[in-house]
Design a protein. Structure first.
Length: 175
């Protein structure tokens, strides 16, 4: 994949993710504070899938958004010998050929706390050539105002042919 196309894909993936977070914070702020993280992930995945399907950069490659996807073609995904899955993945299913695969984004979510272990695991998975993820993120959803979802801290890990790049962003619901 050439560098211009890779940068465009990473930019569009981050944009879709950030927009999905913004939509979630506005539309689903009535979720209770103690809701299981799978509920949070499924709502964000729903919004992100809609955005990805509408984006021509991803539509032409049949890119999908999946929750807790753990397949490498017909086999179970493994990382460091362990069964591997992440909360959300943006990819093209069934293709892990290093020359043609489109493993774009992996994300680990937490309600109220994202551990160092989660961040390290996402960083290692993005650095590793096994699956070729272009970008990874951990998202910590914090809740204030009578338990409503109001703030999301996002830590990005970007992979390209240069050293790993780390960025952080915060999104806050304003009403």
């Amino acid at each position: 994949m050439d560098l211009i196309r890779k940068n465009r894909i990473v930019s569009e993936a981050k944009k879709a993710f950030n927009e999905a977070i913004t939509i979630f914070l506005c539309k689903d702020n009535d979720l209770p504070i103690d809701i299981h993280e799978r509920t949070t992930v499924s709502r964000i995945a729903h919004y992100m899938a809609n955005l990805i399907e509408e984006n021509f950069v991803f539509a032409e490659k049949n890119i999908k958004v999946d929750v807790e996807y753990n397949r490498n073609e017909s086999e179970t995904k493994r990382y460091d010998g362990q069964l591997m899955y992440v909360d959300l993945i943006v990819h093209r299913r069934g293709d892990n050929n290093p020359k043609t695969r489109d493993n774009i984004l992996i994300c680990e979510f937490k309600n109220n706390f994202c551990s160092v272990e989660d961040r390290d695991r996402i960083t290692k998975m993005v650095q590793d050539d096994t699956y070729g993820y272009l970008i990874g993120t951990t998202m910590n959803l914090r809740r204030f105002r009578r338990g409503k979802a109001t703030l999301a801290d996002i830590n990005w890990v970007l992979r390209d042919d240069s050293p790993l790049i780390k960025e952080s962003e915060t999104y806050e619901r304003t009403d």
